[in-house]
Each structure stands twice: as C-alpha cells, then as structure tokens.
Ligand binder design. Structure first.
Ligand code: ACM
Length: 638
C-alpha cells in the first residue's frame, strides 16, 4: 500500500513546468500532436493561435491549420469570463481528443501556450526539425500569477546589448511568463536611446573611450572604445516585439545622477561648466545634473519623446545614488534652493523628482524611482523600487504607495552565483545563489493585508558593469530568472526547492534547445575547506593558519578564495604562504579583502609535488573588531 501511494505521488506530479502552476490535476492517457492537428480559434484568439503554430513549426515540421471548429485532434482556444482566472490566468485541459484553453484575456491564452510548450518534449524548443512522438500528458491546469509585476532589469548603459540580443532575451522572459522588462537606458558610461531634439546625447553620449578591465578595484582599462544606442525605430520594434510576448518594456531615464554621458554631450546641464568625457570608471559619481529650469525642461523634452515611444504606464526616472557635493558647493544651486524654499539638498532632490512626477502624471503616466526618492519626501504619485533591502518598500507601502521589490539580497543577478569565485567570471561581488532567489517572498512580513496590496511584485537586476557579452548576460540571468519567475508566479505557501531543482534539470534542456546560455547549477557547490569565526581573528595584523592538507593533495595550480559570510567586520588579507612539510614552498603576497565588497580575495599558488602536510598561513585582520565569519574554498586549476 505504502509503495503504491508513493508511486501515485510520483505519477501525479510528473510535470516540469516552470513557473509552478497553481493547480494541477493529472488525468489518464495523453494526446499526440500530429500534422493533422488543427488549431481552433476565433477573431479574439487568432493572434495567439498563430503564435502557437509558429512555436510548434520549427521542431515538429507541422504546418498546423487554423479552423473555427473541430471536435477532435485539436488545440482549441476559448474566451471566457471566469473570475477565478483573473487578468492573466488560464485553464488548460488535455485529454485524448486534444487541448482546450480558456482565458479571460489574450495574456491568459498566451501563458497557456507557454505551459503547453513545456508539456511537450523539450525538443519543441529547438530551431531544427526533430522526429518525436509529440505527446502531451492528460492534465487539467488552472493557473494564474500571484503578482502583477514579474520583471527583469537590463542595464544597457554599462554595456550595450544590440536590439537582436534584447529580442532573444524577451523570448526567454516570455517563456517564464515574466511580464516586465525594465531597460536602464541612460548611465554615466553611455546614453542608449536616440532623442531627436538632442542629437548629441547619442552622437557624443553613446560612446566611451574605454572600459574598465578586471574588477574596478584593479584600476585597469582596456583601451578599447565601447558604444551603441537604439534608434527610435529600434525602440519601436523592441516595444512591439515585447508587446506580442505580453511584456511591457519600462524605460528608465536616470536623473539627477548617473548622467555623465548627458553632461558630456551638453555641459550646460552640469554644475561645474567642465567639459566631461563619457565616464569610463564604474561606481557612484559626483557629477550630477544642475537644477536650473532649463535642465528640468530638457528632461521633460526627453521624457516627451520617451513617452511617445513606450506605451508603458510606468516610467522610471532613476533617482538612486546622487551625491549632493556639487549642489552643496554651487552658490547658484544654493540660491535656487532659497528661492524655492528648500532647506536641504535632500529636499532639493525631492523637489526635482516632484517636477517629473507632476509632468508624467499630467500625461497619464506614473513615475517609478529607486528607493532614494523617499529621502526628502516622496512625490505624491511615485512608485518605489526597493533595492537597498526592503525598508524603502515597506515605508512606501505603509504610506500607500505602490512598490516593486528589487532588494540586492534576493534579486541582484550581477552578484556571484558561487562562493568559490575563483572559477566564476569576475562579478561586482556579493553572493546570490539559486536557492535564495527561489525562496524569495516579495511581501515583507511587516505589512498588513491592505499594505501588502501595494507590493506589485518583484524583479531581477542585471547591472552590466561586468557583463560584456550576451553569453555572459545569459549565464548571470539563468537559471536565477527561472527561480525568480517561480517566486513571483507560484501560489504562496507552495515553496519546494527540491521539487524545483528536479524540474530545472529538464527545464535547462529547454534553454539549451533555445540556444540560451545558463550557469550549470551543479557546479561550484563544493563544500568550504576551512572557516574563520567571530572572535578568532584579531583586529590587528596576525598570522592565521589553516591545515588544508586534504585539499592541496597533489601537484598543480590552486586558487584559494576567502569568502566572508557574516559579522560586523570584514576580513583583510595581506598575503598568504604555503608551508608544506615544514618549508615555505609558495606565496601570494597581494593585499585583498572580503565582506562589504570583495576585492582580490582569491589567492593563487602552485605546488610542485604532493606533500604530507600542507598549512596555509595568511596574514589577516578583521577590520575594526573581531566579529567576522567566513569560509575558504579551494579549486585546483589547469
Ligand atoms: C542601484 O543599484 N543603484 C539601484
């Protein structure tokens, strides 16, 4: 009896659909799609029927016919008015006669199609014809998303990603039922959108002289110009393509900081009159817009062209990381503050954002900003994107403002995916593994039910300082985007990482068939080989020894990573030496640190042969105290 029950649990749960459908009820038998299968659609569902045929054609080779009715061997779309399905939900039923799909909206039909693709053999995601029995298991699925905002942010400012690559990315988002693509279009290091009234924004602002090489703490540059921008025609094409995939592209035009590319093009927009270059270094930048009426007008002109291109109700104006130094030091800005009755630079920033809020609202749009827009008073209609943890989001929701959750700890996909960073491509720092993304619940426990309604959803962040290519972008995005898609779609309380991991094995084959790169989640999960704990490390430079004989166990090149995990104090490292059988046989003397940000925290040494006993001696200190915890990881390299 026990075995039968176990067996039925397995049989009852064979689907590998990501994100997890809200309700699945397995039937018996299956339906086999063939060249004679017809797609049943009417005026309202013709578009999605055509998309389905286009999805199925390359791998199956079937040129499916569309019809108004068919009793059997059919995939039929129906429009219903079923309140339990909401705006984006669907019901999908597969039996031996075929597939029925019911939804209240085109989005619901589209998401049913995404599920249907995942019920077919993974080969259906490929671009080339393959011979398969195209079998779909009998099942009834009733499914709808938990959140309205299921998004991803792509920073095309730090590195430019051409239109074609963005379209490919949209395909991958759509497959995960994600519905917002936030394009971070302007940055210190590049202006990426054609604005007809201000052509220098792109003729000058879209190109930088060179790019940082390695980690920014290395202070190296590659000497190679980098640039690119989207013409307005490109933007229209991307917006239309996204719309077909039920994705809204939300543009971000950064202000009043992160704008050096605009200042390079039009120095009058700045505070110092200096002719600045498009910035080549990463990080927060003190060059910000001035607060003249003419600068406000310039930004309204830019937003006017942006609104004409993007139907998105939400328009993002940035607002993060604005050093107030130039405003403090400028007598002219101080004069304007007095004239406007503003006491602090924070109030001035708030004034700035309010100008944009009123302007966007008067055009029927809604302003979105990073959580710094709370400082100095939130603009009346603003929606907050909470990135420095959840505090900003909680405060905004309590004040009755809508919120999109984007906290670094759960959604910054520019963070490392492994603690053993020696084998990872250089990233900004941090550690955000798949499990953590998967487990994310965007609604903070601090909110009551009414406040929680203001949490529109969540999005992942792909800041691209360290992401120069599409291959690398996909490596950082997947499978963490699969996990986030699950977190923002699945019913609350249905969290099951092990189940997700099992389904992911099949799901990754779909990505592979689509030609989408991803990080193999089975690598880099090796155990730590050593630790340091709170109280063990002095705040003064002291040698600390670990016995790593079992890891440094043969001849070869090794990379040793110091990885801070918790505590008040980071770990500083002033070189390591390897003592093998009582003799110093190798050293790596460079200065590094881990915690807060990780800087050169990987040490490389070579062993000429195997030894009986291998000790690592590192000169370390915990910065400002001894509350530091962390782990050591070792990989043997080629
Ligand atoms: C941000 O990461 N500066 C929003």
């Amino acid at each position: 009896m026990m075995n039968l029950l176990l067996l039925s649990a397995v049989i009852n749960n064979p689907l590998t659909v990501i994100p997890t459908p809200t309700h699945v009820s397995m039937g018996t038998g299956s339906f086999e799609l063939n060249a004679k299968t017809v797609v049943v659609a009417d005026g309202l569902t013709e578009v999605v029927a055509k998309q389905l045929r286009a999805y199925l054609q390359p791998a199956t080779g079937f040129e499916l016919k569309s019809k108004r009715t068919a009793k059997s061997n059919r995939i039929a779309f129906f429009t219903t008015h079923d309140p339990q399905l909401g705006l984006e939900g669907y019901r999908l039923k597969v039996d031996h006669e075929g597939v029925g799909i019911w939804a209240n909206s085109a989005s619901g039909h589209f998401y049913a199609v995404q599920t249907l693709r995942q019920l077919l053999p993974v080969e259906v995601f490929g671009a080339r014809r393959t011979k398969q029995p195209w079998t779909i298991p009998a099942v009834e699925i009733v499914d709808k998303p938990r959140f309205l905002w299921r998004g991803l942010m792509l920073d095309v400012g730090r590195h430019f990603f051409p239109k074609k690559e963005v379209l490919k990315f949209i395909d991958a988002l759509a497959m995960h039922k994600m519905n917002h693509l936030h394009l971070h279009l302007t940055e210190d290091q590049g202006w990426r959108i054609e604005i007809k009234k201000y052509p220098k924004l792109t003729s000058i602002g879209s190109m930088r002289k060179e790019t940082m090489a390695g980690h920014y703490s290395d202070h190296r540059h590659d000497g190679t110009p980098h640039g690119g921008f989207y013409t307005q025609k490109d933007i229209r094409e991307m917006v239309a393509y996204a719309e077909k995939n039920h994705i809204t592209i939300m543009p971000e035009i950064e202000m009043p900081g992160h704008c050096q590319s605009a200042l390079a093009a039009y120095p009058d927009l700045g505070n110092t009159g200096a002719q600045l270059p498009v910035r080549v270094d990463w990080g927060v930048n003190e060059n910000v817009y001035n607060v003249d009426d003419s600068t406000i007008s310039f930004l309204k002109d830019v937003l006017t062209e942006v609104m004409a291109l993007f139907p998105s109700q939400f328009i993002h104006i940035g607002g993060d990381e604005v050093p107030k130094k130039q405003w403090k030091e400028s007598p002219h800005v101080q004069d304007l503050m007095r004239q406007r009755g503003l006491k602090t630079e924070e109030e001035l920033q708030s004034w700035f954002i309010r100008q944009m809020d009123a302007f966007l609202s008067s055009h029927g749009r809604r302003l979105v900003g990073w959580d710094e827009i709370l400082e100095g008073g939130l603009a009346p209609s603003a929606t907050v994107m909470s990135w420095r943890g959840t505090k900003g989001g909680i405060a905004a929701a309590k004040a009755g403002h809508d919120v999109v959750m984007a906290p670094t700890t759960y959604t910054y996909f520019d963070f490392y995916q492994s603690k053993s960073i020696a084998t990872e491509p250089t990233a900004i720092g941090g550690f955000l593994p798949l499990e953590t993304v998967y487990a994310y619940d965007p609604v903070p426990a601090e909110l009551n039910a009414a406040q929680a309604k203001h949490i529109l959803g969540a999005q992942g962040q792909l800041w691209s300082e360290y992401i120069p290519t599409t291959d690398h972008l996909e490596f950082m995005a997947f499978p963490r985007t699969c996990a986030l898609a699950d977190a923002v779609w699945r019913a609350p309380g249905s969290t099951n990482f092990k189940g997700f991991r099992d389904r992911l094995t099949t799901h990754l084959m779909r990505l592979k068939a689509m030609g989408v790169n991803y990080r193999n989640p089975t690598i880099g999960s090796q155990a730590a080989v050593g630790t340091w704990r709170s109280g063990q490390i002095s705040e003064h430079w002291t040698p600390h020894v670990w016995d790593l004989t079992s890891s440094f166990n043969k001849a070869g090149n090794y990379a040793l990573t110091f990885q801070y995990t918790s505590g008040e104090h980071r770990l500083d490292i002033d070189g390591i030496e390897i003592e093998a059988d009582g003799v110093i046989v190798a050293t790596d003397g460079h200065r590094g640190r881990t915690g807060g940000e990780d800087v050169q925290n990987v040490y490389r040494v070579r062993l000429a042969k195997a030894y009986k006993k291998v000790l690592i001696r590192a000169k370390v200190r915990a910065d400002g105290g001894s509350d530091s915890n962390g782990e050591l990881y070792v990989v043997r390299e080629r």
